[in-house]
Design a protein around this ligand. Structure first.
Ligand code: S3P
Length: 432
């Protein structure tokens, strides 16, 4: 297994970065573009492994998709033109591809077989197969459709009224997509808000949704129209460098054109609560999605509490927040985050083990962690556990450790941030 060794930096990080395109928005742009009639041009697309899986899935259904470094062009012909693939679809490591795609396939009169890598094959799919079966899709698979590989035969769907049993945008989006292809009105009640890119972007592709408080209704059989999407920078990727600047005394970093959709900006609130000096510049709204530049200046950190409705607004940032907490004055508590256990790896276990290996004092709980602050970190051996966000957390930790940090399986970082090591070198370069 590949390994990479990082050396601590003892001087401030400076400069500016344009982080890669948002993963959630990149997936959705390809999915909606493939369902739409007409051309969709996507700029600042995330060329990470997960999003390339989504492209591969729609190509397998006959959609012509041109992939260039600066632009993706999807030639949509409408949902009814999607064909039965002649081969099983490989979802790789991508939970978003799996859950959102299943919502689409449920509404198509074809047979599909889906499989993924070892990590994805452990992740729960019943959260989507249960409502899709209720709508009329035929699904078979391991553990009665709980786990990949799965076979699905879609077709005529009935609408449902659905309250997701877990706080998950993937589940909400899956049912919204199935609802878009069903006959009649599908209604979703979401007690805890999760990222709303599916709603904002479906509207951008011409669909009508009715959103009243926590109730989202969608009428089926609406045609989507191709459109252009400029993908904002991924706040979940930006968070790693925001944290880097917040950890290394004297740092000052500018993160450019980062997505600032309020359902995703929980991390900015937490950074501010922890004492980080953070300013938003050049804010604008494009295609229904807010974006702007984030200026981060180092300031001493203090502990915080993260719980309740805030959690889905920063679920992917909790590993890096845990690292920050090890350097904050006082204790940090993360609660209501049991969903961390169902990510690319069990992130409560992986974060705890990684930070402990570096000398931190972290206690895992059923639904979160308790982290003691102001603990000097030493070097050590870490493992990404095949999880891109755990790998990036370990690499950022190495900026402040006493000795070297070795990371086993760093390549999984390509899933969401192929330029991560280049960017890390760029902001630390002047000092090495
Ligand atoms: C995503 C939703 C989140 C997030 C994932 C991307 C999406 O998962 O962790 O990285 O694009 O909808 P859940 O909705 O399962 O929490």
């Amino acid at each position: 297994m590949a390994k990479r060794t990082f050396h601590p930096v003892n001087s401030p990080l400076t400069g500016e970065l344009t982080v890669p395109g948002d993963k959630s928005i990149s997936h959705r742009a390809v999915i909606f573009g493939s369902l739409a009639e007409g051309t969709t041009e996507i700029t600042h697309f995330l060329h990470g492994e997960d999003c390339l899986r989504t492209i591969d899935a729609f190509r397998a259904m006959g959609v012509q998709i041109e992939v260039n470094e600066e632009k993706i062009i999807v030639h949509g012909k409408g949902a009814s033109a999607l064909e039965e693939p002649s081969r099983p679809i490989n979802l790789g490591n991508s939970g978003t591809t799996a859950r959102l795609l299943l919502g689409v396939l449920a509404g198509l009169p074809h047979h599909f077989v889906l499989y993924g890598d070892e990590s994805l094959s452990r992740r729960p799919m019943d959260r989507v197969t249960v409502p899709l079966r209720q709508m009329g899709a035929e699904i078979d698979g391991r553990s009665d459709g709980k786990l990949l590989p799965l076979a699905i035969r879609g077709g005529q769907l009935q609408p449902i009224s659905f309250e997701p049993p877990v706080k998950s945008a993937q589940v909400k989006s899956c049912v919204l997509l199935a609802g878009l292809l069903a006959d009649g009105q599908t209604v979703i009640t979401e007690k805890t808000p999760t990222r709303n890119h599916t709603e904002t972007m479906l509207e951008g592709f011409g669909a009508k949704l009715d959103i009243q408080g926590d109730v989202i209704s969608i009428n089926g059989k609406q045609a989507l129209k191709g459109t252009n999407v400029e993908v904002p920078g991924d706040i979940s990727s930006a968070a790693f460098f925001a944290a880097a600047a917040a950890l290394v005394p004297g740092s000052s970093l500018l993160l450019k054109r980062v997505g600032l959709n309020p359902t995703r900006t929980g991390i900015l609130e937490v950074l501010k609560n922890m004492g980080v000096n953070l300013t938003i510049l050049n804010e604008e709204v494009k295609g229904g999605e807010a974006l702007g530049d984030i200026q981060i200046d180092y300031a001493p950190l203090k502990g915080t509490i993260i719980a309740g409705d805030l959690v889905p607004r920063l679920i992917d940032e909790l590993p890096i927040v845990a690292l920050l907490a090890t350097q904050a004055e006082g204790e940090t508590r993360i609660r209501d985050a049991e969903e961390l256990r169902y990510k690319e790896t069990d992130r409560i276990a992986a974060v705890t083990n990684t930070l402990k290996a570096l000398g931190a004092t972290v206690k895992p709980t059923e639904d979160g962690m308790i982290i003691q602050g102001k603990t000097p970190l030493r070097g050590g051996n870490t493992d990404s556990f095949g999880d891109h966000r755990i790998g990036m957390m370990a690499a950022i930790a190495s900026l402040i450790t006493e000795g070297e940090v070795t990371l086993t399986n760093p390549d999984c970082i390509n899933i969401s941030y192929p330029a991560f090591f280049n960017h890390l070198e760029k902001v630390t370069a002047v000092h090495s």
